[in-house]
Structures are given as structure tokens and as C-alpha cells.
Design a protein around this ligand. Structure first.
Ligand code: ZN
Length: 317
């Protein structure tokens, strides 16, 4: 059997207002809403998925929006920053776009060679970065407003803060098929494959406060596994590491297992397929509220409970 983990699958965060979330990720950042569904564990809450054209693993940012939820706090034991990959030459375009929409950002800085990083936050205070680079060969997704040569290609890396990094590093390298590929100061970069969209940076930050869940914080990160046979094999390795994974759960677009890594971050391992075209066509992803079979009988109630969201694209040109 080949690699059980091929890289990052998705990142899931908790948001406040659902409409503002759509405006930020689809409107301002220009990622595609590839699925509008509900939280399978709490169906009166939306689950929004954004990504590239088809929602490929390594591009999928997802949210549970809870209107009015109190904000969380970034800190150790949490994935604090999710970064998106954009072409190196799009720096001026994106800084102008962030200013246009009143989004404060930190001055660009070089991290590793060939990576210019700009930090900003979404409407709920979720930590984000654009990483300007010319390493990323993925086509990305153009919504027709942001030109294809400027558009987000998917993730670049994620940044997890930890009390120490060794136990998490051990899990990544011994069970999750990652290797250490770079380090700088207190940043240790791991990857299952050395390509943008798959970098996992562990920041050793013993002096920071512990993260607290709430809006504007990440709920979990999912790693990608090729299929269900690999997922079961991986699950048995997690059991051997005594991390107590969940059974395999059907998420309709993939199947998943979950377990908490030693530093406190919730990890998921999700299958690469079947993907988001399983219940609607590629041309119409994200347009209709899609429900898994077990919730179809509640559709009328859910449609009345969930506040409708929509975008006026004119506002994002
Ligand atoms: Zn997930």
C-alpha cells in the first residue's frame, strides 16, 4: 500500500454571521462555494464549503456559521492561521483589493525563500494569509471577477501553535506520512508532499495562552487519504498510537475519522472522493441547499430555520 496520507484535505472553522461569511470567502476572496449543506451533527446550522472549481482536496475551506456566537481566541493547541496560495505577481492586486474592502493587513514579509506572506483576518477574526509564490502549478478558480492569473489556487499551508512540537511532530511523521521539510526559528514545516496546499507548520509557542473555541477559530483540520481501504489502515495506526479515533463516518462527499492530536488540535482523515459532484452537477455546485438522505425529511423545517444567504456580485467587482 502506498502513502496513507497525501496532504491536506480541508480546514473547518467556526464563523458568526452566515451572510458575512459568504460575502468574505466568495465575494472578496473569490473562492467558489462548492457546497451549501448543513452540519451533519447539528443540522440546524449551515455547513459551507469553499474551494477551487470542484473543491479539490487542498483547496477546501469550510465553515459552521453560528449567528451571534461569541468570538474565540487564538492560542496554543489550535490551528490559528490558514493560508491561501496566490501568484507572486498578484501582490499589488491583492493589497489593493484588501484595501478596497476595508480589510486591515500586515505588511508583506518573506518567510521561506520565494514566499511573500500577508496576514489578515476575516469578519470573525479568523487568521488568514495570502502567500505570494511562483511554486504553485494548480490552476485555481476564477469567478470571472478576479482574473485567473490573480486568483487563489487553494491552500498554501496551515499554522498550528503548540506548547511543544515533538509529540505532534511524531504523530505527523510516524503515522501520517509527513516529513520535516524546513524550519526557521520556532517554525517547523512538515508535508506529506512538498507542494503548495500541503504544508503543515508547527509553531512552538509555549508562552502563548491556550486557544479557546468560538467564532473566528478553526474547529479541525482534515488530511486526505486516497480511499476507504487506506482510511481503515490509517485508523488502525491511530488506534495503535492510543489516540482513540472515531469510527468511519459518512460525510456524503467523503468518509471521515476524527481524533485529537497530543497538542489538542482535532485532526480528521477524509477520503479524497467521491467529492462534491455526488449530489449536484459541476456547473451548479453550491447553488442549492443540499441535504444528506437522513435529513431530507426535515427539509421544510430546515429551509425555514436557516437564514437564506445570497451575493450581489456587482458589489465585488
Ligand atoms: Zn472536516
Amino acid at each position: 500500500m502506498g502513502k496513507l496520507i497525501t496532504g491536506i484535505h480541508h480546514v473547518t472553522a467556526i464563523a458568526g454571521d452566515a451572510q458575512k461569511n459568504l460575502e468574505f470567502y466568495a465575494g472578496i476572496l473569490g473562492t467558489r462555494m462548492v457546497k451549501k449543506t448543513v452540519n451533519f451533527d447539528a443540522p440546524e446550522v449551515y455547513h459551507f464549503y469553499y474551494g477551487d472549481q470542484l473543491g479539490s482536496p487542498g483547496s477546501i475551506m469550510t465553515f459552521f456559521p453560528y449567528n451571534g456566537l461569541v468570538r474565540g481566541r487564538q492560542g496554543k493547541g489550535m490551528l490559528n492561521t490558514t493560508t491561501f496560495s496566490v501568484p507572486l505577481e498578484s501582490l499589488d492586486y491583492w493589497l489593493a483589493r484588501l484595501r478596497k474592502f476595508g480589510i486591515a493587513y500586515k505588511e508583506p514579509e518573506e518567510r521561506f525563500a520565494g514566499e511573500v506572506v500577508v496576514y489578515f483576518e476575516d469578519a470573525d477574526g479568523l487568521g488568514l494569509e495570502l502567500v505570494f509564490n511562483d511554486k504553485d502549478k494548480r490552476p485555481g478558480y476564477s469567478n470571472g471577477i478576479i482574473p485567473a492569473e490573480k486568483a487563489i489556487k487553494g491552500f498554501y499551508n496551515v499554522e498550528i501553535w503548540e506548547e511543544g512540537y515533538e509529540r505532534t511532530a511524531g504523530l505527523l511523521t510516524e503515522q501520517l506520512d509527513h516529513v520535516l521539510i524546513a524550519e526557521k526559528g520556532n517554525r517547523f514545516r512538515f508535508a506529506a508532499q512538498d507542494t503548495p496546499g500541503n504544508y503543515v507548520d508547527i509553531i512552538c509557542s509555549p508562552d502563548s495562552l491556550c486557544g479557546l473555541g468560538g467564532s473566528g477559530t478553526v474547529h479541525h483540520i482534515a488530511f486526505s487519504t486516497p480511499g476507504q481501504a487506506e482510511q481503515l489502515e490509517l485508523r488502525s495506526k491511530i488506534v495503535q498510537r492510543t489516540l482513540n479515533p472515531t469510527p468511519v463516518l459518512d460525510r456524503n462527499y467523503f468518509t471521515s475519522i476524527y481524533f485529537r492530536e497530543p497538542g489538542g488540535v482535532l485532526f480528521e482523515v477524509a477520503t479524497a472522493g467521491p467529492g462534491f459532484t455526488v449530489d449536484e452537477s459541476a456547473d451548479h455546485l453550491g447553488e442549492a441547499l443540499k441535504l444528506p438522505p437522513q435529513f431530507e425529511k426535515n427539509r421544510t423545517h430546515l429551509e425555514q430555520t436557516l437564514t437564506p444567504v445570497s451575493l450581489n456580485w456587482e458589489n465585488y467587482k
